[in-house]
Ligand binder design. Structure first.
Ligand SMILES: Cc1cc2nc3c(=O)[nH]c(=O)nc-3n(C[C@H](O)[C@H](O)[C@H](O)COP(=O)(O)O)c2cc1C
Length: 170
């Protein structure tokens, strides 16, 4: 039996300083994923992939509304695996919750979440030079690599999947 890598599509919004895009590129290189912005997304495109990833900076305690729009276009997931990632001042996962609820409601299976701090240079914070000036740093991106490798080891990819044919039989 030969295990194949899942065909992975990542949709990312990184509108402040490109912080989340650094994480997205790192994860995409491990997963050999295609990385797009919401403008290039369609449900038909998503249907061609085994694994979907959604990433964004956190803006006013939420992921970018375009991520929510993209997810609202998705058909019933039939347990298709998905993952989420973000960067923010504190690097916490709480801002993922709304998107997680939407995905679970449409029967997607969330197999991982990643978050790390990102630089902010906006509003009054900008006046004193910003916060997290070096984030995401090399260590954050190493953690993103570890996270992405963990996705590949998820049990959903170690069983024959009748829809996705992730395993070749020989
Ligand atoms: C308009 C704006 C609002 C933000 N709101 C939050 C927030 O509510 N919570 C937080 O932790 N970080 C917040 N941040 C910080 C961003 O999440 C952080 O800079 C992130 O790394 C930006 O990612 P990006 O460069 O990929 O856009 C905000 C940044 C901006 C520009």
């Amino acid at each position: 039996m030969i295990k194949k890598e899942p065909r992975t599509l990542i949709v990312c919004v990184s509108r402040h300083l490109g912080n989340t895009l650094k994480v997205a590129n790192t994860i995409a290189s491990v997963l050999k994923a295609d990385l797009i912005s919401p403008a290039d997304f369609s449900p038909e495109l998503a249907a061609a992939y085994d694994l979907l990833g959604f990433g964004s900076g956190v803006y006013r305690q939420q992921l970018d509304p375009k991520i929510k729009e993209v997810i609202s276009l998705l058909p019933d997931g039939d347990s298709k695996p998905v993952f989420l990632f973000s960067t923010s001042v504190f690097g916490v996962k709480e801002p993922h919750q709304e998107i997680k609820n939407l995905l679970v409601r449409t029967h997607y299976s969330i197999i991982g979440e990643f978050s790390c701090p990102g630089k902010i240079s906006y509003g009054f914070v900008k006046t004193f030079g910003g916060l997290n000036p070096t984030r995401p740093n090399a260590s954050d991106l190493d953690e993103a690599v570890f996270f992405a490798k963990g996705l590949l080891n998820n049990s959903v990819f170690s069983k024959t999947n009748k829809n996705n044919n992730l395993l070749d039989k020989n």
